[in-house]
Design a protein around this ligand. Sequence first.
Ligand SMILES: Cc1cc2nc3c(=O)[nH]c(=O)nc-3n(C[C@H](O)[C@H](O)[C@H](O)COP(=O)(O)OP(=O)(O)OC[C@H]3O[C@@H](n4cnc5c(N)ncnc54)[C@H](O)[C@@H]3O)c2cc1C
Length: 356
Amino acid sequence: MAATERAGVSLRTLNSFGVEARAARLIEIRRAGELPAVVERLRDGPAPFVLGGGSNVLFTHDPPMPILRIALRSRTLLAEDERGTLVEAGAGEPWNDFVEWTLAQGLVGLENLSLIPGTVGASPIQNIGAYGVEMREHFDSLDAVSLRDGRRRRFDAADCRLGYRDSVFRHAEGRQWAIVAVRFRLAREAPLRLDYGEIRDELRARGITRAVARDVAQAVSAIRRRKLPDPTVLGNAGSFFRNPVVDAATAEALAAREPAMPRFPLPPDEAPAAGGRPASGEPAVSRVKLSAGWLIEQCGWKGFREGDVGVHDRHALVLVNHGAASGAQIAALAARIAETVRKRFGIVLEPEPTIV
Ligand SMILES: Cc1cc2nc3c(=O)[nH]c(=O)nc-3n(C[C@H](O)[C@H](O)[C@H](O)COP(=O)(O)OP(=O)(O)OC[C@H]3O[C@@H](n4cnc5c(N)ncnc54)[C@H](O)[C@@H]3O)c2cc1C
């Protein structure tokens, strides 16, 4: 079926904040082969914006550019060898359906990433992560189509520059790409990652002593359902800010003032959050991840509400829409929160969702 195009479409049900915004043009792509012709058709106008499940985007106004909704659905077992099992999914495949499918194939690796909202195609954009695992640990490669000239290109892990909630696609040089398919390398047998959050407690409460990957997926899903607000009930985009990454000296100086401040030293090869890797020959600077939620909570924002915009009462990192908040109001609250954190701690918070 050919790509469909509609004009003046409400995006309210297409973003997990549930804010109103009207797309001048919404084009739905159902076959990757349709993209070059669509790109050609849009060539003289503003660059299109690619929308997946809308769970990490904040619309602050009616987007003037065409919105491309990538609805490519497929799941394929490609190859199996001594390095593992290679699987591929279409970019529009819902992430959690894909995780469940891999588990049904007897594959291990993605179970800790269960129930993250959104699509497979968006998973590399910020290198999704949860419960001690990041997607990059199982990433093989992806295919993307240029929104400038319609050419298709394969990206391997190095090309993607996957870092903490970061990739090349979040930076100017990577924004021209629409991801159409992503490949992961998974294992038939691998140690399970149980030492994060409450996974072990949840398994124990379920009477599970010898967990398999499916048990971990169910435990993680149960914990997430308990802890995180359901966007269909309370509009949100999960964590609104990335955890700031600072150099060790800055972290030390802050900790001297704030001894209770949580700190997580990063491995030396961890890519800096925003500026790529250190140039070769430069010594790696040791870096420390701080908890944005903790910093925000110290500034008194947890549970804050003003009209329909607020901060979740159990998660200072989750901004919420209680009903009729606009994207601009949510962005304004985010700016106020970031300013209080900057004034008190000297730390600049960066939003995690893409703000349009
Ligand atoms: C309740 C809740 C919990 C969450 N928990 C987590 C979590 O634990 N860990 C985590 O990492 N994230 C989490 N998130 C954030 C979100 O689920 C992820 O970022 C997810 O990958 C976004 O997918 P999406 O399809 O909804 O992307 P969208 O919101 O549609 O898009 C996000 C960005 O990706 C780009 N994009 C989307 N698809 C493509 C594509 N095919 N090609 C090129 N660019 C594309 C968009 O242009 C945009 O810049 C959570 C969100 C919510 C609402």
